[in-house]
Design a protein around this ligand. Structure first.
Ligand code: G6P
Ligand code: MN
Length: 445
């Protein structure tokens, strides 16, 4: 079985490969093809993978290429984890928005729109090529903004593209642990858009334990989202929001904190990862050790660098690595081996949320088997949540339209309609600012 990883020179690829190395079952991935535009990054990551594989008999064979069509041809699974514009682009997304006094963040608000505008045309090109060169392949999309990018690709690949994110699973696991349940056995009632969802219930052995959590200030104060949002607000909501909703519920505070931070998260990661890739230019450098060290540093500073300033608490070790590689592997196994399982994924709505049309990609628990991911029936969202979901989906649709028609006016509309952009004038200036710094937005006329 052949797995193609787009963005194969990316820093997190060894996590995915590590997960594959742990899979000994029949029908596992036997070939990994890494694709990246940057040959230097590809060679650095290939060396890390070679060291990871050294002691593992039957490790999946790894090859690397900068030719996209060659990488895609014959793939059974395509894992897309690209970052258009690199971490430099992410830092610019954050900086330009903060300079305008609005949220500058990787996936949410103005920064996320800029990132989406750059990424959608590239993702659509990939989707078209997959449809031509590997029509039976399943595409697992981790490329952010994951919900929007998955929807763009689904217009060409239908339900063969499935978006993943580690944040809902991480949240569910933290809640289950706080409640003394086995995180692997808990049923999480979660729905929304990517980075915009709510846990409305959490069943352990068939019983909804969320009311017990909401009623207990000590329990609420003992995990990340409890500290982030505060017990009173969680009780008012009657749900636990995804951590990314902090950017909506505490927008002013976050913008101020991010404006005061010495470096944005993107700038921090840009500098840190540049050191790793630089180190690996030395052919004698110990690749895996360098990667491990950089990763440990990244995790240690995860909160200290900027989220802490926004009020977040610590994460436990299990959640630090994100765990997205585990979600990706679980999804691949379920499809490849028809092992039925439930995962929270980004798929087309198909009637799940009544306020959205059938093709809108949402994030929801899905039953996964050899036929793909099928959203389960969930209770409707309350009005305030439906309002946010519809507003943000409306913005995503404007981003998709701008990527298709290449119109600046449509891009302005996307920014202006976002609930976290408070003025049409600001939206216009954001389009000016972003098109000035991002070559990937040159198509906007
Ligand atoms: C989580 C989110 C991802 C996001 C990442 C950012 O894992 O689910 O969508 O890209 O955090 O983490 P970073 O370390 O890059 O700031
Ligand atoms: Mn995510």
């Amino acid at each position: 079985m052949k797995l193609t990883i787009l963005g194969g020179g990316g820093f997190r690829v060894p996590l995915v490969y590590g997960a594959l190395l742990g899979d000994r079952a029949e029908g596992r991935v036997t070939r990994v093809v890494l694709h990246d535009l940057d040959a230097g990054r590809l060679s650095a990551v290939t060396r890390v993978l070679a060291e990871q594989a050294a002691a593992v008999p039957g490790a999946p064979e790894v090859s690397a290429t900068t030719d996209l069509d060659e990488a895609l041809t014959g793939a059974d699974f395509v894992f897309s984890a690209i970052r258009v514009g690199g971490l430099e682009g992410r830092a610019d997304d954050e900086r330009v928005a903060l300079a305008e006094g609005v949220l500058g963040q990787e996936t949410v608000g103005a920064g996320g729109i800029a990132y989406g505008l750059r990424t959608v045309p590239v993702a659509v090109d990939i989707a078209r090529r997959v449809a031509r060169l590997a029509p039976d392949a399943w595409v697992i999309n981790f490329t952010n903004p994951a919900g929007l990018v998955t929807e763009a690709m689904s217009r060409h690949l239908g339900d063969r593209v499935i978006g993943i994110c580690d944040s809902p699973v991480g949240l569910g696991r933290r809640i289950a642990r706080v409640l003394g349940g086995d995180p692997n056995e808990a049923w999480i009632d979660y729905v929304g858009l990517n980075h915009l969802g709510w846990v409305r219930g959490l069943k352990i052995a068939g019983r909804d334990e969320l009311p017990r959590l909401l009623a207990d200030p000590d329990l609420l104060g003992s995990f990340e989202e409890g500290k982030l949002f505060g017990a009173d607000w969680l009780r008012s909501l009657g749900a636990i929001p995804n951590e990314y909703l902090h950017y909506y519920y505490f927008n002013r505070e976050t913008v101020r904190a991010y404006q005061q931070a010495e470096k944005t998260r993107g700038a921090f990661l840009r500098d840190q990862q540049a050191r790793f890739y630089q180190e690996l230019r030395d052919p004698d450098a110990a690749a895996l050790a360098a990667w491990d060290r950089t990763r440990a540093e990244r995790e240690a500073t995860y909160m200290a660098e900027n989220r802490e300033s926004a009020g977040a608490g610590e994460r436990d070790a299990d959640d630090l690595s994100g765990g997205y590689e585990k979600v990706a592997l679980a999804l691949m196994r379920a499809i490849a081996r028809d092992e039925r399982t439930t995962l929270i994924l980004n798929v087309r709505n198909n009637g799940t949320l009544a306020a959205l049309d059938a093709d809108a990609v949402i994030e929801v628990p899905c039953l996964v088997d050899a036929n793909g991911a099928h959203p389960v029936t969930v209770a409707p969202l309350p009005d305030h949540a439906t309002g946010l979901v519809c507003a943000v989906k409306g913005v995503e649709r404007e981003v998709l339209a701008a990527a298709e028609n290449g119109s600046r006016t449509t891009a302005v509309k996307a920014f202006a309609l976002h609930p976290l952009v408070d003025s049409v004038t600001v939206a216009r200036r954001l389009v000016e600012g972003y098109t000035a710094v991002h070559p990937g937005l040159a198509y906007l006329k």
